[in-house]
Design a protein around this ligand. Structure first.
Ligand code: ATP
Ligand code: MG
Length: 412
């Protein structure tokens, strides 16, 4: 991408009410635009990050046999009335709207009801099972408080996956595959070292559910962990009975602030029972389908990464989800010409800062935008046959030969 051809401008200030550092940078660097509290637009740079996160998730889920679909945002109240979640007292985050012809619709805060309902058309026999289907969808939630930029918003992008199984074993096989896929996803996104699978309260059916929690100061949750025993517990499950079960004493646990980046749940028949989602077994008997649901807050993950790796100068994206690999600055006539040549054919890897402007401003923007490498080529470096490459994470600089430089070989 050519900086001169985008409409993005880096900003000196973020809105006053934006307190988290990562959130301020995302706005100042032109990744997102704040419409109102808890409602954000994704600009070209931000959209690229989201799409890269989605591509990693999609790849891992497709590998465990999941199928992607796209459900609607507008919700028919009927299935939600059947599960008793249409009432605002039962589900306090509803946004609802009116049909011109009369009647109410909801804006989906989640999709258990519609997908369970939909599967009644496609599941009739044990031969149709198991099924695992997912989507990337905008969810609407009337959250009381928006917080930490895109980490808690009223409109956000979730990946939600649902599995449908005939037997407990069939469901469990998939649950373990999903667990493993989630681990790989957070690793590939760059959060592997600071993300833990925790035991969380499981609701009515399973004793525990699992959450994926990333340790981060601005997180809204508290987790307790014991690294030796690799036990990680959500605050709400820490009590004497649970500690005894895990064979750990309270004083052996450390606490940390964390953000929930995903969760996995066994639902059993919580939705299939009220919505009558059944299958016929080998002997012609009817049974309720067993379900699980698996969420990842795609936009929250982006916010968490922004916050986690930011420093006093700006953002710092892990290579796998950075919008571009290289921030390229050409200085002087020769430098600018060299930069143009290097850019050719690498429009997807390079953000070429070809704007009029002082090098100092461009360097500051390079740090704010936080791509993995900054490449500077000037008449002076070229006089020595070199270009200067700086790694954003460490600040380490290398002088590489200008002749035959290949973007794909920049890796240190
Ligand atoms: P939280 O406890 O943070 O409110 P939740 O239990 O309501 O999360 P789910 O309904 O299971 O979350 O949604 C799945 C994932 O979507 C969560 O793990 C989280 O990463 C993300 N998420 C939930 N609410 C929001 C929100 N308001 N803004 C952005 N992401 C969210
Ligand atoms: Mg919530």
């Amino acid at each position: 991408m050519r900086f001169s051809k985008t409409f993005i401008k880096t900003l000196r200030n973020a809105p006053k009410d934006e307190t988290a550092r990562g959130a301020q940078y995302l706005i100042r660097a032109g990744y997102v635009h704040k419409e109102l509290a808890g409602v954000y637009d994704y600009l070209p740079l931000g959209l690229r990050v989201l799409e890269k996160i989605k591509a990693i998730i999609r790849d891992e889920l497709d590998q465990i046999g999941c199928q992607e679909l796209l459900l609607t945002t507008l919700q028919n109240p009927e299935p939600w009335q059947k599960t008793d979640r249409w009432d605002i007292k039962k589900m306090d985050v509803w946004f609802k709207t009116q049909l011109a012809a009369g009647g109410e619709l909801g804006l989906a805060p989640t999709h258990e009801e519609p997908i369970t309902n939909l599967m009644k058309t496609y599941i009739s026999s044990y031969k149709d099972l198991p099924i695992a289907a997912y989507q990337f969808q905008t969810k609407f939630r009337n959250e009381l408080r928006a917080k930490s930029g895109i980490m808690r918003t009223r409109e956000f992008i979730m990946k939600d996956l649902y599995d449908f199984a005939a037997t407990e074993e069939e469901h469990e096989v998939f649950y373990h595959k999903a667990e493993a896929a989630y681990k790989k996803i957070y690793e590939r996104i760059g959060l592997g070292d600071c993300t833990y699978q925790t035991f969380a309260s499981g609701g009515v059916f399973a004793k525990y559910s699992h959450e994926f929690q990333t340790i981060i100061d601005v997180g809204e949750d508290t987790i307790y962990f014991n690294q030796d025993k690799s036990i990680v517990l959500n605050e709400e499950v820490v009590n004497d009975e649970v500690l005894a079960e895990f064979g750990v004493k309270r004083e052996e646990l450390q606490s940390a602030r964390a953000a929930e980046v995903g969760n996995i749940f066994t639902l059993k028949t919580k939705y299939s029972a009220p919505l009558d989602l059944e299958y016929t077994d080998k002997d012609g008997e009817r049974h309720l389908v067993l379900m699980g649901c698996y969420g990842i807050g795609v936009s929250r993950v982006m916010g968490v990464v922004a916050e986690k790796f930011a420093d006093e100068r700006g953002l710092n994206w892990p290579t796998q989800i950075a919008p571009y690999k290289i921030y390229l600055v050409g200085i002087g006539e020769q430098g600018a010409q060299y930069a143009e040549r290097l850019y050719q054919g690498y429009e997807e890897e390079i953000l070429l800062d070809d704007r009029d402007g002082r090098p100092g401003e461009k360097f500051a923007d390079a740090e704010l935008i936080g791509l993995p490498y900054r490449v500077v080529v000037s008449d002076k470096t070229l006089a020595n046959g070199q270009v200067e490459v700086t790694k954003r994470t460490t600040g380490e600089t290398k002088l590489l030969p200008a002749e035959g430089l290949k973007i794909e070989n920049i890796d240190f």
